[in-house]
Design a protein around this ligand. Structure first.
Ligand code: NAD
Length: 267
């Protein structure tokens, strides 16, 4: 199966090159970078630090519909709509890992999924997707009495906050409790506050150094607390999950799928 990349020179793009190199049944067929990138024409293996490979990076504008069976996109929210348009025009299935999408960009995703199969996940690690199921279970038992706080930490370069994964954890908990995250979320606290409103779900964000990604869902009552934590130590875990999703997606009907579908997790 031929897999193509949008944003091959990004932090995730580079590990996706490595993950495809490690895969037995999917191969990198095209690695696009921005037209003005100094990487146009340079070797993908050298970009990923894994030694010279057969493919060189190509300019995004030269991408053709026959270059790949499935595309993978880990880029930026500002690019997502044009990449989706290209995929729809070329009937190209796409795996999307880009986070921090606004309502308009999410609507574009829904619209594109009427025409092509798409996997969209805020986090492609198996552990985080299992965590989404575990927090639902914790919320169903403890959620009405415990204070719920979600904390996350990422590297200094990350552009969106809270992370897409923290939001997905919050949404899973809110959904389980029949709450609307848009109205019950509290993002950060400072200064004097009245006593904590028990119906809220709090978020706190850390940005520092090279932290790959850490998430904790805390359920705290008087006398005990439960913490469910996931720590990613390598981006390769996300990249391998995205390659797995690409293989799963090939040949699927148009629609918007998640890693819960890919991993067949029972929520
Ligand atoms: P990065 O900044 O290193 O890479 C961004 C990529 O987008 C680069 O290749 C860049 O060239 C490309 N790009 C930017 N502007 C462009 C344009 N105008 N046209 C074409 N390409 C353009 O970021 P990153 O750390 O690789 O993360 C990328 C995205 O993936 C972020 O949204 C991040 O939050 C998300 N992410 C998701 C997961 C997951 O499991 N879903 C895991 C890690 C990161």
């Amino acid at each position: 199966m031929k897999v193509g990349l949008f944003g091959a020179n990004g932090r995730m793009g580079r590990v996706l090159i490595e993950a495809l190199d490690l895969s037995d049944d999917a191969e990198l067929s095209v690695a696009t970078v921005r037209d003005d990138s100094p990487w146009v024409g340079l070797n993908v293996g050298e970009l990923a630090g894994i030694g010279k490979k057969e493919i060189d990076c190509s300019a995004l504008s030269s991408l053709s519909g026959s270059d790949a069976d499935v595309m993978i996109d880990f880029t930026l929210p500002s690019v997502i709509e044009s990449n989706l348009s290209w995929c729809v025009e070329n009937t190209m299935p796409v795996v999307i890992g880009t986070t921090g999408l606004n309502d308009e960009q999410l609507a574009a995703l829904d619209e594109a999924a009427k025409h092509i199969p798409i996997v969209f996940a805020a986090n492609y690690s198996v552990g985080v997707n299992l965590m989404l199921s575990l927090v639902r279970q914790a919320a169903s038992v403890l959620g009405e009495t415990a204070d719920i706080e979600i904390t996350e930490a990422h590297h200094r370069f990350k552009q969106d906050a809270p992370s897409g994964t923290a939001m997905a954890i919050g949404e899973a908990i809110a959904d389980e409790l029949g709450r609307d995250l848009k109205t019950c979320a509290v993002y950060g606290r400072e200064g004097k506050e009245p006593e904590r409103d028990q119906g809220t779900i709090g978020f706190a964000t850390v940005r520092a150094g090279d932290i790959v990604g850490e998430h904790t869902a805390l359920f705290a009552d008087i006398g005990e607390r439960l913490e469910i934590t996931h720590k990613a130590s390598s981006r390769l875990t996300f990249a391998k999950g995205a390659v797995h999703a690409a293989k799963w997606l090939y040949g699927k009907q148009p629609g918007l799928y998640s890693m819960v579908d890919v991993l067949n997790l029972k929520l």
